[in-house]
Design a protein around this ligand. Structure first.
Ligand code: RB5
Length: 155
């Protein structure tokens, strides 16, 4: 499985550790983030990882900034991306099973490295369940494509 990873200047150390951890588990990891602590605007790596996921150059993405918020917001602007900020493994797992997330994000200033490892493990080992969840994921895509949602007018 091939992954892309990205980060800003706040998350250099955590990115390096998570990249090594994923590689030790056999994942191929493409690093598009920064490797120094000079100010680095998180939308750049958020966009790069999102673009690679949306274009199927990689299977999934991992994003890390101070909180995980800014970098995931940037990624979510790319069509087809469902990026989720997680601070716990349970949310990470359910985000894959129910929401079919294709990027996981977290904050280097929010969680520690062991929690980050558990988050990526749970997320990468989970599978999308489809079924009733597909209706809702399709609705998210409809909002993205049309800036509207038919069902919202029918309620
Ligand atoms: C950088 O100071 C910080 O704003 C960034 O890492 C992230 O937390 C933004 O959401």
């Amino acid at each position: 499985m091939k992954l892309a990873i990205g980060n800003d200047h706040v998350a250099v150390d955590m990115k390096k550790e998570i990249k090594e951890y994923l590689e030790s588990k056999g994942y191929e990891v493409v690093d598009v983030g920064t490797n120094n602590t000079d100010r680095f605007n998180y939308p750049v790596s958020g966009y790069k990882v999102a673009r690679m996921v949306a274009d199927h150059e990689v299977d999934a993405g991992v994003l890390i900034c101070g909180t995980g918020v800014g970098i995931s917001l940037a990624a979510n602007k790319v069509r087809g991306i469902r990026a989720c900020v997680c601070s716990d493994p349970y949310t990470a797992k359910l985000s894959k099973q129910h929401n079919n997330t294709n990027i996981i994000a977290f904050g280097a200033r929010v969680i520690g490295i062991e929690t980050a490892k558990m988050i990526v493990d749970e997320w990468l080992n989970a599978s999308y369940e489809g079924g009733r969840h597909q209706t809702r994921v399709d609705m998210i895509a409809e909002i993205e494509e049309t800036q509207d949602l038919r069902a919202a007018h029918e309620e």
